[in-house]
Design a protein around this ligand. Structure first.
Ligand SMILES: *[C@@H]1O[C@H](CO)[C@@H](O)[C@H](O)[C@H]1NC(C)=O
Ligand SMILES: *[C@@H]1O[C@H](CO)[C@@H](O)[C@H](O)[C@H]1NC(C)=O
Ligand SMILES: *[C@@H]1O[C@H](CO)[C@@H](O)[C@H](O)[C@H]1NC(C)=O
Ligand SMILES: *[C@@H]1O[C@H](CO)[C@@H](O)[C@H](O)[C@H]1NC(C)=O
Ligand SMILES: *[C@@H]1O[C@H](CO)[C@@H](O)[C@H](O)[C@H]1NC(C)=O
Ligand SMILES: *[C@@H]1O[C@H](CO)[C@@H](O)[C@H](O)[C@H]1NC(C)=O
Ligand SMILES: *[C@@H]1O[C@H](CO)[C@@H](O)[C@H](O)[C@H]1NC(C)=O
Ligand SMILES: *[C@@H]1O[C@H](CO)[C@@H](O)[C@H](O)[C@H]1NC(C)=O
Length: 442
């Protein structure tokens, strides 16, 4: 297995020079009518496992079980954003990019392999500006109570507030208004973009829903497959706030009194393996030890997520959920695992509560990987019981009865995490082509 790849700073500078990007916080004020849930224990990993067990029970509805009533959440929050525009200037047309569960805004601009997986670069080359946000609650956006604050509806309200600010030119770091805002989502980010188009159809000009369908029955596959753990326990140095010393104590079960690598070398040596230190890192890369020690070598930013923020357990869970085996670079998967982000219990309890259709009248593209697990059960060409749609993504058309154009595209050889697969950029081109041929060219 190849180790995490380093990229040359020279090449990085060259890629960065072709565009104008900046990072900043966008303050938003929202009011969200949403659930008030009874809290259940989510401190330890067994508590989290129990939550997943109950969430997945066949023909039961854990959302209904925990729902005590409704509340109106009102608050001021910060949304972390990366804004980019082409060197040649802004065309007045922007793609607003919303990531899915397990990722943050960097999903759209992966720095791996000199940025050749970057969706942002493809959109810029087609003449669009881009704004990629960390969803409310995640990454460098404001965090909050995992049950009753960070829910889907609140995130949709935050996305809408950002949209309005793009339109009226009130984001001071951008200093211009956008007359055309295209909402591009991935997975839960597509659910939220769809949801926005249902509640505020006049606020979007076009929808690109990647890693999406309206089939709800496969959600338990991924919730089980993630093998969810508490985020702060899974990557204590990065997703929690543990001290290096604390983590050394935690991993003392690996006999690491003289350092992690010598400790592991001793254990593996006893098993008859003579491994170099790079071999050691590779040997632990597909285990939860990688997560436990992420940040051990270097200082990482500590997100300090509270309890109720959950993550998939390790690289094998990431592969099941997001990557079609055999069609991705192990290095980018490792990068994904060491930069992964959590999901809140409130998000899981509300992910299925979107309106059942949208009155949006503009163009809609759905693009989903052929082998997508959470939205197609691993086979997007399948037909759902009682559906007359040609395939699973095509079934989204029924939710957009008034759209001016609708297309469902299946990206071949690809899992749910489209941007991580070898052929990702060809899929990006399908998106730009759809926009250009439906009156939304930059
Ligand atoms: C589960 O219960 C919630 C809350 O009552 C409801 O909004 C949702 O539609 C239900 N889900 C299903 C699949 O019935
Ligand atoms: C959040 O901010 C920290 C500190 O600036 C940075 O290291 C990290 O990469 C940022 N993460 C995201 C998702 O923007
Ligand atoms: C722009 O929109 C935001 C969000 O709706 C609003 O708070 C702000 O007052 C508006 N600013 C102007 C100048 O219209
Ligand atoms: C680390 O997180 C724990 C649990 O949320 C909290 O009690 C503690 O104050 C935090 N420590 C620091 C240094 O922030
Ligand atoms: C730690 O350093 C080793 C050796 O340089 C490297 O191969 C590995 O990827 C690093 N691991 C982590 C978790 O940062
Ligand atoms: C499918 O259609 C049959 C016959 O019309 C009906 O009895 C059944 O309830 C439907 N199933 C679903 C899942 O809608
Ligand atoms: C990026 O480049 C590598 C080879 O350097 C290639 O294997 C990979 O498919 C490329 N990725 C994309 C998304 O084009
Ligand atoms: C790569 O993606 C493009 C666009 O979807 C598709 O036409 C092509 O067949 C794909 N190539 C492979 C090898 O799957």
């Amino acid at each position: 297995m190849a180790p995490l790849k380093a990229f040359s700073s020279l090449l990085l500078a060259a890629a960065a020079a072709a565009r104008q990007c900046s990072l900043f916080q966008i303050p938003v004020e929202i009011s969200s009518r949403q659930g008030q849930f009874r809290k259940v224990p989510v401190e330890g990993n067994l508590d989290v496992g129990a939550f997943a067990t109950r969430f997945n029970e066949f023909q039961k509805n854990y959302t209904a079980t925990l729902l005590q009533g409704y509340q109106t959440l009102q608050g001021k929050y910060d949304i972390s954003a990366q804004y980019c525009r082409p060197d040649s200037g802004s065309s007045g047309s922007i793609q607003l990019l919303t990531h899915g569960i397990g990722f943050d805004k960097t999903y759209w601009d992966l720095d791996y392999n000199n940025y050749n997986y970057s969706y942002v670069n493809t959109a810029l080359a087609a003449g669009y500006s881009t704004l990629a946000i960390d969803r409310l609650g995640i990454g460098n956006s404001s965090h909050g109570d995992a049950f009753n604050e960070i829910q889907a509806q609140a995130e949709v309200e935050a996305l809408n507030a950002v949209t309005l600010k793009l339109r009226n030119g009130s984001i001071k770091e951008i200093g211009a208004s956008y007359h055309t805002v295209i909402h591009v989502g991935h997975s839960f980010g597509s659910v939220q973009s769809y949801w926005l188009s249902a509640l505020y159809p006049e606020n979007t000009d076009g929808l690109v829903l990647t890693g999406f369908s309206v089939a709800a029955q496969f959600l338990p596959y991924i919730v089980a497959g993630w093998n969810l753990h508490s985020a702060r326990l899974n990557q204590p140095l990065r997703l929690g706030n543990a001290s290096d010393e604390g983590v050394r104590k935690l991993v003392s079960q690996y006999n690491v009194d003289k350092g992690l690598v010598p400790g592991l070398q001793r254990i593996l040596g006893a098993a008859g393996l003579d491994l170099t230190s790079d071999d050691i890192w590779n040997a632990v890369a597909t285990t939860e030890v990688l997560d436990l020690i992420t940040g051990y070598n270097e200082t990482v930013f500590q997100y300090d997520y509270p309890s109720g923020y959950l993550v998939s357990s390790d690289l094998t869970a990431l592969q099941y959920a997001f990557l079609y085996p055999g069609n991705y670079d192990i290095g980018i998967a490792l990068a994904g695992e060491t930069t992964k982000q959590p999901v809140t219990v409130g998000e899981l309890l509300t992910i299925g509560s979107s309106p059942s259709s949208s009155p949006f009248t503009g163009p809609v593209l759905v693009i989903t990987g052929e082998h997508d697990v959470p939205f197609c059960g691993g086979n997007c060409y399948a037909n759902l019981p009682n559906s007359t749609a040609e395939n699973i993504p095509a079934g989204v058309a029924a939710a957009y009865p008034k759209s001016s154009a609708f297309e469902a595209y299946i990206q071949p050889g690809t899992g749910h995490g489209l941007n991580f697969q070898y052929n990702a950029t060809a899929g990006y081109e399908v998106i730009q082509k759809f926009l250009a041929s439906n009156g939304l060219g930059a």
